[in-house]
Design a protein around this ligand. Structure first.
Ligand SMILES: Cc1cc2nc3c(=O)[nH]c(=O)nc-3n(C[C@H](O)[C@H](O)[C@H](O)COP(=O)(O)OP(=O)(O)OC[C@H]3O[C@@H](n4cnc5c(N)ncnc54)[C@H](O)[C@@H]3O)c2cc1C
Ligand SMILES: C[S@@+](CC[C@H](N)C(=O)[O-])C[C@H]1O[C@@H](n2cnc3c(N)ncnc32)[C@H](O)[C@@H]1O
Length: 642
């Protein structure tokens, strides 16, 4: 349940758990401007910077975030990217966010955008995306100390400390918490808080903050400002070769979901991206799928794959909302996942009322989906279908991206001298491109350029056809063992699609008639009523087939990271999307770009490591881990983090 907020007659919000107010009667926005932004020298300090990273303890009603975003928005000198990372153990209800902002007309539209993304806030990290990806809010839901420790370290430019009063809320101000906060400071990082409590100052000073009291906002006499300027030399971290000092030229090999998403994430950060595609057009490989299902993986123990797909669905959802036409290019219909009675289990505590977006499908939902009376299943409220090629097209439509089709990369040459460009050549040795960085996103053909990577081709075929006027197929995708998607608008009439076959170690994309039969049988098991309605189309061959080849890793997780750990400044990999390109591509692209720029990651550090490209190789070499620009390889079993 959301944290209750009691609104006083004077409009001041009160929290019963801590017996304290969220902000004083002079208002949170005035406090945010004076104490937090002003205390950190903002907006002046970020003028002309490529990025700015704010770390906040205590998201509360989100007013410091909204005020920072609004200051960014109206500032002609604003940085290209604003990161706001905030930790909150007790998220409030959407209505309270809106109510808190209602008194500030300048924040109203921003609050509405925040409220629209205020869903699914289970414990863990959630990346909320605004301004087409230029304002990124990483909400870390959980207790402050473990959430700080779960972060991959990034350099915060400003730190806002905003717990309830230290007396009522000691964890937020403990020496341990403030030491963990200081881990994110670089020399010059500025810190601000309304609390001038002795204990807070005594905890911050030994961590390296030079502190001073400044005039507070009435009724507070003082507030506190700090600069991270330790008198001792800082421990030198090894140079992180994965980091770039500024955006340059990147060549992306492959214009499928993975390559297009990477191109978009990099172009947004100022890269000049050239996408090289062997096919006649973008989405020539597995991403040419006519329509696919977007839905999270759900498991009773909320396994790593479940958490990753949940983060991935959120990332794609936001991209689809911003870039695609709902009802035409994708549909936010929800997805019904048919399960066996013994496997329809959810993590403890999940319910239709909880912050989780998947729950047991009701009898009415199962009936509406046209499933038999004894069927059981899960309902994924954040799910639907997407036409992947439309998403690819939208991602590639950016002034910083050029696409060259009919162009197969056969060789990659390292720079002849340090600092020189990498060269990409075709099979005849013809130079195709020069680049500072390369990303291989060539799906199942990636091993041609990355032979050491343990990747497996998995052929798949599906059947599709046009819906007759009298057909009654489900409005939402039904998945389980296979899937059925219907009502996909198309100029020739709405489509249905069903599949898909799954042939490991098979890279053959030509069509097979026995696969059509196995798709018919799979549909009969998944959705007998649809199979009955489509029987004559199957019998008379009044349908089409489509086949593609997935690229899978042995643990079903994508590979995102440098190809050679000792050379993270050169070739990177972003592939192995398996059967979940729609869930993974946007998330993996943001992860890759964040790693290049030393930004806050969209995932906890352990989950990001679980996607690192080197993990498969570490296992092969018989090592438990291998260092790759500060990201160690992990196995699924080692990861117990949020
Ligand atoms: C039958 C089937 C059903 C599926 N259903 C779903 C679904 O419902 N939901 C879902 O999320 N996912 C689904 N998937 C998986 C999804 O299609 C993939 O995960 C996704 O498309 C992978 O994207 P990608 O960019 O990694 O690879 P691809 O789309 O294969 O892109 C790789 C691109 O690289 C190009 N290329 C390769 N080598 C070179 C080279 N040397 N030089 C230049 N270009 C090169 C290729 O031409 C290709 O365009 C399905 C897959 C199949 C086969
Ligand atoms: C004063 S409010 C923050 C106000 C907020 N910055 C704003 O702009 O609206 C303090 C917040 O800290 C949160 N909090 C308290 N203890 C916490 C803890 N141990 N871990 C994480 N968050 C905590 C509270 O739930 C509350 O939302």
């Amino acid at each position: 349940m959301a944290e209750p907020v009691a609104w006083g007659a004077d409009g001041v919000p009160h929290n019963a758990r801590f017996g304290d107010i969220y902000h004083s009667e002079s208002g949170a926005v005035a406090q945010a401007r004076h104490v937090f932004l002003g205390g950190c020298g903002l907006p002046e300090a970020w003028a002309g910077q490529p990025q700015w990273r704010i770390l906040e303890t205590g998201f509360g009603l989100g007013l410091s975030f909204l005020t920072s975003w609004q200051a960014w928005r109206i500032d002609p000198q604003r940085p290209r990217l604003l990161h706001f990372v905030s930790i909150e153990a007790y998220p409030v209800a959407r209505e309270d966010l809106l109510r808190a902002a209602a008194a500030h007309p300048e924040l109203a539209s921003l609050a509405a955008e925040l409220a629209a993304q205020w869903w699914g806030l289970l414990p863990g990290f959630h990346r909320l995306v605004f301004e087409g990806g230029r304002v990124l809010l990483t909400l870390c839901i959980g207790d402050v100390l473990p959430m700080l420790r779960a972060q991959h370290r990034f350099e915060a430019d400003s730190i806002f400390l905003d717990g309830f009063s230290p007396q009522s809320n000691p964890q937020m101000w403990s020496a341990e918490t403030l030491k963990a906060v200081a881990r994110f400071a670089r020399r010059g990082t500025r810190l601000a808080t309304w609390s001038v409590a002795r204990a807070v100052r005594d905890a911050l000073a030994p961590s390296g903050f030079q502190l001073r009291k400044a005039a507070g906002l009435p009724p507070k006499r003082d507030c506190l400002q700090g600069v991270f300027e330790p008198s001792w030399p800082l421990r030198q971290r090894g140079p992180d070769a994965a980091l770039v000092s500024s955006p340059g030229r990147c060549a992306v090999v492959g214009a499928g979901l993975a390559g297009a998403a990477v191109a978009a994430s990099l172009a947004r950060r100022g890269w000049q991206v050239l996408v090289l595609e062997a096919g006649a057009g973008p989405a020539a490989g597995a991403s040419g799928l006519p329509a696919g299902v977007l839905a999270p993986h759900v498991s009773p123990d909320d396994a790593l794959l479940s958490r990753l797909t949940r983060a991935g669905v959120r990332a794609t959802w936001q991209e689809a909302l911003t870039l695609l036409l709902e009802g035409t290019d994708w549909r936010a219909s929800g997805v019904l996942e048919r399960r066996g009675a013994d496997t329809a289990r959810l993590p403890q505590g999940w319910s239709a009322e909880g912050p989780n977006e998947s729950w047991h499908a009701s009898a009415e939902q199962l009936r509406q989906a046209g499933l038999p009376a004894d069927a059981v299943g899960l309902w994924h409220a954040r799910g639907g279908w997407v036409r992947p090629a439309r998403l690819v097209e939208a991602w590639l439509d950016h002034p910083g991206i050029r696409v060259r089709t009919g162009c197969r990369v056969a060789h990659i040459e390292a720079p002849a001298q340090a600092g020189g460009p990498w060269l990409l050549r075709d099979a005849e040795g013809e130079l195709l491109a020069e680049a500072d960085r390369i990303v291989i996103a060539a799906g199942h053909e990636s091993p041609a350029l990355a032979p050491m990577m343990p990747l497996q081709p998995v052929r798949g075929q599906l059947a599709w056809g046009r819906m007759a006027a009298d057909m009654c197929l489900p409005q939402m995708p039904v998945n389980g063992d296979g899937h059925l998607i219907a009502h996909v608008p198309d100029p020739g009439g709405p489509l249905w699609l069903t599949g898909a076959t799954f042939d490991r170690d098979n890279a053959e994309a030509s069509l097979r008639s026995d696969d059509t039969e196995s798709n018919r049988q799979r549909l009969a098991r998944l959705h007998p009523d649809a199979a009955r309605q489509l029987a004559s189309q199957f019998e008379r061959g009044e349908l089409q087939s489509w086949a593609g080849v997935r690229c899978a890793s042995s643990d079903r997780r994508p590979l995102v990271g440098p190809l050679v750990p000792d050379e993270p400044g050169g070739i990177w990999l972003c592939t192995a999307m398996g059967s979940r390109g729609l869930s993974f591509a946007a998330l993996c692209a943001e992860l890759l770009a964040a790693r290049w720029h030393g930004e806050p990651l969209p995932l906890p550090a352990a989950q990001a490591r679980a996607l690192d490209a080197q993990r498969g190789l570490a296992g092969r070499r018989g090592k438990a881990s291998s260092a790759t620009d500060g990201m160690e390889a992990v196995t699924a079993k080692q990861d117990n983090s949020p």
